[in-house]
Design a protein around this ligand. Structure first.
Ligand SMILES: *Cc1c(COP(=O)(O)O)cnc(C)c1O
Length: 428
């Protein structure tokens, strides 16, 4: 067919074909470490990147490769690499770009674990992150210096579900000749394709919506294939002979696939943050229904946010899909299919009411996760943000009186009834 395939078709078919050896219609789990070379010349061609094929599963595996190609197709990228977790994807995404003394500009609104990685782990590599409010693109531009190598944000940002104006940030990145890296975990390519808004790299925690049912951890990095790595001289790993891979110049040799090949040939080879084939299988199963689930997640989130906003026990609801949200116009423009299913709720009863709600909910699970088919809740102040001071928690959008909801795909009326009874018990 010459027609461009739609999202619902791609999520089922992209990256896969009937197994060439057996005709198996579903993607087999290639549970193997190594692959037999046809002969010594074949082996040499594979190691020289002259021929594409399989060497060793730390680098490539057919099951994992099928998932990478499917995610690349859904995001509209040139290539993708899967990783062992979302956090692995973040480090791997930046690895080809960074070095000691270099920095990234990152949004203040991030997943808690990402903030820790950027502040603590980065230091050990000699990297650093400057945190800026991405609602102010000029502040992002002002923070860039000669040592900046990337700009990093989430599409629909944790924990309050704030939709980032990716077009505005991409313009700043483009003007500075820097790649924009967007963590698209909570929007998924169904609600937003950051590459269409100017992003260079898109990363995922496939642990969340892409798998969708809370079974495995995984990550992915998608490259748009359009960034000119050679223009500024700032990305020598990609634009100059790479000593870690017998002096190959990746950009010259591989063009739009330079970043993807580098991430496999050097990133996965040397860092080893590889996704396993069993994990890729679960995510391939999940991704087949991504659009159907996201439609229900978003529909439920909208209903529940509206119900909560009208309830006298509630002080505020952060959902950008609400007409009252300061981000409603932006959400409609950048995320027209919905503002995601992640938001925070501020309770009038404060810390005690939050703990009471969490303890009394029956359908919502109290877990440190998001993007499951099941509805989830977490009171950050008594869990993930426990080590922070009250002021630090408030600044992170995880104040003592705030709970974060990740709305699942159950019946919205059942979820509302559950919230209603838990609120009643918690607030007496
Ligand atoms: C969960 C999450 C991560 C980390 O992913 P893991 O798979 O848990 O390592 C990164 N970013 C966002 C937005 C997340 O929700």
């Amino acid at each position: 067919m010459t027609k461009d395939l739609g999202f619902d078709t791609l999520q089922v078919h992209a990256g896969t074909e009937p197994d060439p050896a057996t005709g198996a219609r579903q993607v087999p789990i290639y549970q193997t470490t190594a692959y037999v070379f046809r002969d010594a010349d074949h082996a040499a061609a594979l190691f020289n990147l002259q021929e594409v094929g399989y060497i060793y599963s730390r680098l490539t595996n057919p099951t994992v490769g099928a998932l990478a190609n499917r995610i690349a197709a859904l995001e509209g990228g040139a290539g993708a690499v899967c990783t062992s977790s979302g956090h692995a994807a973040q480090i791997m995404a930046l690895y080809p770009l960074m070095g000691p003394g270099l920095n990234i500009i990152a949004s203040t609104r991030l997943y808690g674990g990402t903030y820790t990685q950027f502040t603590q782990v980065f230091k050990r590599f000699g990297w650093s992150a400057k945190f800026v409010d991405f609602d102010d693109p000029q502040a992002v531009a002002d923070a860039i210096d000669d040592n900046t190598r990337a700009i990093f944000c989430e599409s629909i940002a944790n924990p309050a579900g704030v939709p980032t104006d990716i077009d505005a940030i991409a313009k700043v990145a483009n003007d500075a000749g820097l790649p924009l890296v967007v963590d698209n975990t909570s929007a998924t390519p169904y609600l937003c394709k950051p590459i269409e808004h100017g992003a260079t790299l898109v990363i995922h925690s496939t642990t969340k919506y892409l798998t969708g049912n809370g079974t495995v951890t995984g990550g992915a990095i998608v490259d748009s294939g359009t960034f000119d790595w050679s223009a500024s001289g700032k990305f020598p790993s990609l634009s100059e002979p790479e000593p870690a891979y017998h002096g190959i110049n990746f950009h010259e040799a591989l063009g739009g696939m330079a970043y993807t090949f580098y991430s496999i040939a050097v990133g996965l080879r040397d860092l080893g943050m590889t996704m396993n084939p069993q994990g890729a299988h679960y995510t391939l199963m999940g991704i087949e229904t991504l659009s159907l689930r996201m439609q229900k997640h978003v529909e439920n989130a909208q209903k529940i946010a509206e119900w909560l906003e009208a309830d006298p026990r509630i002080e505020a609801v952060s959902y950008a899909g609400l007409a009252s949200s300061p981000y409603n116009e932006r959400a409609k423009r950048v995320y027209p299919k919905g503002a995601g299913a992640l938001f925070t709720v501020t309770l009038k009863g404060g810390y005690d009411a939050c703990v009471g709600v969490v303890n009394n909910l029956e359908l919502f699970s109290h877990v440190a996760n998001l993007g499951d088919t099941r509805s989830l809740i977490i009171h950050s102040a008594s869990t993930t943000h426990r080590q922070l001071s009250s002021e630090q928690r408030a600044a992170a959008g995880a104040g003592d009186n705030v709970v974060r909801l990740s709305i699942g795909i159950e019946d919205a009326d059942d979820l509302i009834a559950d919230l209603d009874q838990a609120l009643s018990k918690a607030t007496g």
